[in-house]
Design a protein around this ligand. Sequence first.
Ligand SMILES: C[S@@+](CC[C@H](N)C(=O)[O-])C[C@H]1O[C@@H](n2cnc3c(N)ncnc32)[C@H](O)[C@@H]1O
Ligand SMILES: [Zn+2]
Length: 295
Amino acid sequence: MTSRFDPSAPTRDAETLARAIEDHLACPRCHDRVTVRAAEIRCSRAGCGFTGAMADGIAVMRGQRDGSFFDDKHGVMEHGSAEPGVRRCCYAEQATVIESVIPAGAVVVDVGCGPALPYQRAKPGTLIGVDLSYESLRANTEVDIRVYGSAAELPLADASVDAIVSLYAIHHFGGQTRRENERRVARGFAEFGRVLKPGGSLFIFELSPWWPIWQLQCATWNLVRKLMPSMDIFFWLENRLLNVAAAHLGRAATLRRVRFQAPALTPIPPVFACPSLKIPRFLFPFHVHLYHWTV
Ligand SMILES: C[S@@+](CC[C@H](N)C(=O)[O-])C[C@H]1O[C@@H](n2cnc3c(N)ncnc32)[C@H](O)[C@@H]1O
Ligand SMILES: [Zn+2]
């Protein structure tokens, strides 16, 4: 796929963006090419019928636009990830890893990119940010192509991207029940495997709960979800997540795991929305992991 898109060019007018979308995105249903005409994005396969839209410079690649828990929380997300303890535990070393492994010129997808990138992106290169929060995408000025879409239905062609990064998004792939959570995560991994080029890399950064927290979460999640419909968070125990990934990535993959260990006394707010409530890192009941697959 040849790109006529230079993301480092100072002006990215609508026409340039439209061509970049045609070069890099695909129909989320049939994965065929799309065309962009003014505000309409259309699948080029006869009979598919998918249409998306351009709005606010965002490629809307889903049939409908739903509200997201994160729409009015992207400020919290931005401040939370910049908070020194959170940065130290969850983003600083992680950013170094991403910055050191993504080569210039690569086509990279950030799944659940949120409102701001916690790492320096490779330039030149093409960075596609996919998120289900429209307002987070509107705030994100760092990715080249902003895509309103889901990990479960990536609007990308098969074997079209060099790397996928996803920071702390998997624990938000929540459904109505634990079984549905697993189906959504499985679907995400199947999509990651489909769109990565052979030899491509998948970098998943996630929090995995300590065993008692996992047990408590499993025992209460379905009920809590019923009582609090907006609560979509489900943290995956390391091996459970790796089993789902192994079953659904769809290709032989090699796995490297990294456990990040910030100093034990690093103060960290366990809840982003309450930045003044802090506990030392050694009491924070989660491990911070990178799972890196090469497919
Ligand atoms: C905790 S935030 C992390 C944002 C950013 N990666 C960071 O670490 O600063 C999780 C993000 O994942 C997005 N998200 C949740 N489910 C998603 C899905 N199925 N597909 C794409 N993005 C999703 C949310 O909208 C949210 O922006
Ligand atoms: Zn289609």
